[in-house]
Ligand binder design. Structure first.
Ligand code: ARG
Length: 472
């Protein structure tokens, strides 16, 4: 058996220890060292509290805090030697502390377990990352609002089943995504609030006999609340699932937007052009301009969905309280938060740099019988036909046009009257694409009047959310 270099911190009751290979297998250090700031902040708060409660002396607490700050300075400057045999970030820092300040350092872990320590670190980390992701979402929302303002009168086909359905304004389209990202923001903030509860002082699972002041450490670390059940506090990873779910939903919205960017920048659609900064070429086909970054965001969505799934499955069936399985939480969580933040940033720049081909969009809007609903509405309003009957008549007009390869707008009034005598000359106006868009003025509709209201509400929600995140 290969002998480890040093005895682990928990080595007291062991006469033999796992091999280097096993220790490396069990270590989370390469992943969780990322939480060193949170770990050190948590330990300083804990040490100060121990002194205030008379559990250690002020002198000891000061030595611990100073020692931890010097460890922090070394990590910050890259001079810290991380050693895999320390297993995780908690033990790496504690070991370094004790090496620096001696027995005072060994008092730090009084009334604490790695179980409440890791829960505290992860919650602090998640509070920070949800803030970062929330900010990135808002930057994209702002860009979408600006695009909606710029493209208020651009008309393009709206689709259902990927078939042309009804014409809409480009503002209506951009604002649809602005609503999705507004909800994503709220989900991320909800995940932030879920993380904002201090588990510190729960110890291993049952609390401790030391007279800890949990309110003090919570307050010092910026938590708004203290958890109320120690067994739950060390076992709970719901707050991570909340964040992963928020990240996944956001990523799915990004992916849907990417799908349209990819499609709409094809030669066949030609609605949008990607800026050269957001496209790449082919090493063999000189004509190619690929939407690689949009494809990558769409592709990374698969991974983020996997991250959520990974933690859901890891947690399923875990008995209370802490189980080592839970160490597997950090990799998917870090990955999902990093990925969604990076994708949001790329998307913000990419949509801002898109060129809109108004002519192509408008031309596509007059093909494909998108005025059919309006023609039926005309018969309902002007001729008082029941909608079902109007639908039937217009259906036969579309069929005839399709057979002759003509559009609805090509039909003369005489031809229309051949289908139904009640058509009047004003039908021509009713079929104009701008009129069709203007007609849809219900709340949430695509008409310019409705868009003005939508835009104003979207901006208001954005401003409120900006204020909310500034206070977190
Ligand atoms: N590295 C561990 C994790 O990330 C820390 C908690 C270990 N607790 C324990 N009882 N082994 O989950």
């Amino acid at each position: 058996m290969t002998q480890p270099h040093k005895k682990p911190a928990w080595g007291g009751r062991f006469s033999d220890v796992p091999s280097d290979e096993l220790l490396a297998f069990g270590a989370s250090l390469p992943i969780d060292r990322r939480m060193w700031r949170q770990d050190i902040a948590g330990s300083i708060a804990h040490a100060k509290m121990l002194a205030r409660q008379g559990i250690i002396t002020d002198h000891e607490a000061d030595a611990i805090a100073d020692g931890l700050r010097s460890v922090a300075a070394d990590i910050e400057s890259g001079n810290f030697k991380w050693a895999l045999e320390d297993e995780d970030v908690h033990m790496a820092i504690e070991r370094a502390l004790t090496e620096r300040i001696g027995t005072d350092g060994a008092r730090l872990h009084t009334g604490r377990s790695r179980n409440d320590q890791v829960a505290t670190d992860t919650r602090l980390y998640m509070k920070e990352r949800t803030r970062d992701v929330g900010r990135a979402i808002n930057a994209l929302r702002l860009e979408l609002i600006e695009l909606a303002q710029q493209h208020g009168d651009v008309i393009l086909p709206g689709y259902t089943h990927m078939q042309k359905a009804q014409p809409i304004s480009l503002a209506h389209y951009y604002l649809a995504y602005a609503q999705m990202f507004a909800r994503d923001f709220q989900r991320v903030i909800a995940a932030h609030k879920a993380a904002d509860v201090s588990p510190l002082g729960s110890a291993a699972l049952a609390g401790t006999g030391y007279p800890l002041d949990r309110e003090y450490t919570a307050h010092r670390l910026g938590f708004s609340k203290v958890s109320i059940n120690a067994l739950d506090s060390v076992s709970d990873r719901d707050f991570l699932l909340d964040a992963l779910h928020a990240a996944t939903t956001c990523q799915i919205h990004l992916s849907r937007l990417c799908e349209e960017i990819i499609l709409w920048t094809t030669e066949e659609f030609g609605f949008l052009k990607l800026s050269d900064r957001y496209s790449t070429g082919s090493s063999i086909m000189p004509q190619k301009k690929n939407a690689d970054f949009a494809e990558l965001i769409r592709g990374k969505t698969g991974r983020v969905v996997g991250d959520l799934n990974a933690l859901l499955v890891t947690m399923k069936g875990l008995p209370l309280a802490y189980n080592k399985d839970m160490q597997e939480d950090k990799e998917p969580v870090f990955d999902a938060m990093d990925t969604v933040e990076a994708c949001l940033r790329v998307m913000t720049g990419m949509v801002a740099s898109l060129t809109v081909d108004e002519q192509r969009m408008r031309a596509a809007s007059t093909q494909g019988y998108m005025a059919a609903t309006d023609l039926a509405d005309y018969l309902v309003e002007k001729c008082h036909l029941p909608f079902r009957q109007a639908h039937e008549i217009v259906g036969s007009i579309v069929l005839a046009c399709e057979r002759q390869g003509r559009s609805l707008q090509d039909l003369s009034i005489d031809e229309l009257q051949g289908f139904f005598a009640g058509f009047g000359r004003d039908v021509e106006a009713a079929l104009r694409i701008d009129k069709i868009v203007e007609a849809r003025s219900t709340v949430g509709g695509t008409a310019p009047r409705a868009i003005a209201v939508q835009l104003q509400r979207t901006k208001q929600a954005y401003n409120n959310d900006e204020q909310e995140i500034a206070l977190l």
